[in-house]
Design a protein around this ligand. Structure first.
Ligand SMILES: [Zn+2]
Length: 290
């Protein structure tokens, strides 16, 4: 049984889709209420929302590593991460306050409607399979970093993030707002049907997944400053294949840097504004069926 679900927005304070969906639901809670479980809606980073910035001191969506929760650094997001862990987790516990966290994000990249999934839990993937059947345009990116998963949704045993784009930081777009909203209702309906013991026959048996392979940084000079940009032929080509020799970057002097990898892979999160500081221009993924 799913007893309690959290739908969170504003983890990045300048991603307004989630900020205003949560506001809408707090004004109209019946929209996210279902008979068999409780839905909690919540702004995770209120100070960043007020400032319309991604974060105040540190990216909140990288602040849920166990070591940071046990011994928090002295800044706003670390403190907030501990509060959220107490409210929704605690991370790794047998009994957590919520069973599932859906964290709402937007991206400046042309990612369409997509899920970022880092959990391996069977319930998480059952929900992914259901949503893929309900919403054919939905894409699934499985993130696997080298370090412990420190995302907001990692403090519950099940969950994922929605990423929707392209939408600039600090901007609301009604088309992507409504698509995100509809996806959330599908997920809540899935939990309701599952709780009732009803068979959910339309749940897909197999899903196409873009499985994380690696990151590519921009061309940079000796000081680490940008020395080029995403090539015009690669811009907006999220979820498309890149092959050896395809143009990747255009340097400031006009020269073209080409993709050298031997394996054709898919490019995602191309030219996302928030990742300039993180040192990557796009992610690479392998298309697989799960
Ligand atoms: Zn975000």
């Amino acid at each position: 049984m799913i007893r309690r679900v959290a739908v969170t927005g504003g983890t990045h304070g300048n991603e307004l889709t989630g900020v205003y969906l949560v506001k809408k639901w707090q004004q109209n809670p019946e929209l996210v209420q279902r008979e068999s479980f409780e839905t909690l809606t919540l702004h995770t980073n209120p100070e960043a929302i007020k400032a319309c910035r991604r974060y105040i001191d540190r990216d909140l969506n990288r602040s849920f590593a166990t070591a940071d929760l046990e011994n928090p650094p002295n800044h706003y997001e670390a403190k907030r991460a501990c509060e959220l862990n107490a409210l929704l987790g605690p991370k790794g516990a047998e009994q957590t306050a919520v069973d599932f966290i859906l964290d709402l994000h937007s991206t400046t990249a042309n990612m369409g409607l997509s899920l970022v999934v880092s959990s391996d839990s069977p319930l998480t993937w059952e929900a992914v399979r259901y949503l893929c059947a309900k919403v054919p345009e939905l894409k699934v990116y499985r993130w696997r970093g080298d370090e412990e998963d420190a995302f907001v949704d990692s403090i519950a045993p099940n969950g994922f993030a929605i990423e929707v784009g392209p939408v600039p930081q600090g901007v609301l777009r009604s088309d992507l707002f409504m698509k995100t909203e509809a996806l959330v209702y599908h997920l809540l309906d899935f939990f309701e049907r599952r709780n009732s013991g009803e068979a959910v026959p339309e749940t897909a048996q197999k899903v196409t997944v873009y499985d994380h392979v690696g990151l590519i940084d921009y061309p940079r000079d000796a000081n680490g400053d940008l020395d080029g940009m995403v090539h015009e032929a690669r811009q907006d080509q999220d979820f498309t294949l890149i092959k050896q020799g395809d143009p990747l970057f255009r340097k400031l002097d006009g020269t073209v840097i080409r993709y050298e990898g031997e394996e054709p892979l898919y490019t995602l999160f191309i030219n996302e504004a928030a990742y300039y500081e993180k040192g990557f221009a796009m992610t690479l993924a392998r298309k697989i069926t799960l």
